[in-house]
Design a protein around this ligand. Sequence first.
Ligand code: URA
Length: 233
Amino acid sequence: MMRLDRFLAINKYGTRQEVKKMIRAGRTTVDGQVIKSPEYKLEEETAKVAVDGKTISYEKYHYIMLYKPAGCVSSTYEKGERSVLSYIDEVYAGDLFPVGRLDKDTQGLLLLTNDGELSHQLLSPSKHVDKRYYVELEKEVTEDAVRKFQEGIDIGDEDLTMPAVLELTSHPQHVYVTLHEGRYHQIKRMFEALDNRVVYLKRISMKELVLDETLKPGEYRKLTEDELIKLKV
Ligand code: URA
């Protein structure tokens, strides 16, 4: 069961305040009856809800791209820390969880959803989903590092890292890294093993999903149909 105002807000009919006004103005029907109470409880998967006569289809799953800013944690709750969920409208926030984690000081693409199946697919180690990062380092990065990233690096785990792609740029301390796995602090540990240090880290893509550069840190938007299809294949 779900409240009518939440149902409309989740389906992007406006903020909670706006939808409450719409409901009180008598513009909303549930199963053909005008309902003027925002608290009205409905069976979200079966009720036929309409605004100004236009039926609204219920979205069970939500897929949000957040431009994670630095200074917040990816866990949904951690004492004394600001969670990435604090950036998301309260109507979604309760259901959503982040797909994987970024370090507190790492910025960039973070997918949030309530679709456990998709999350599982994207995080499953056997799937080797590509994740691409933009990295700035304390010291210069050389061709030798490119080879080591390709060969695998000993970062103190049982196994070497899987082959990863390190792309140099015209700036000697700025690079791109593509990982096919996701270990704890992986990029930082890989560079540390090569006697370097990450000073800025930003995820720019995950599989086919690319961070929308029109978003500012802390902003988010829903995935498009096209983005979702590409993530699911
Ligand atoms: N590698 C890291 O070291 N940190 C991240 O947040 C992501 C990848």
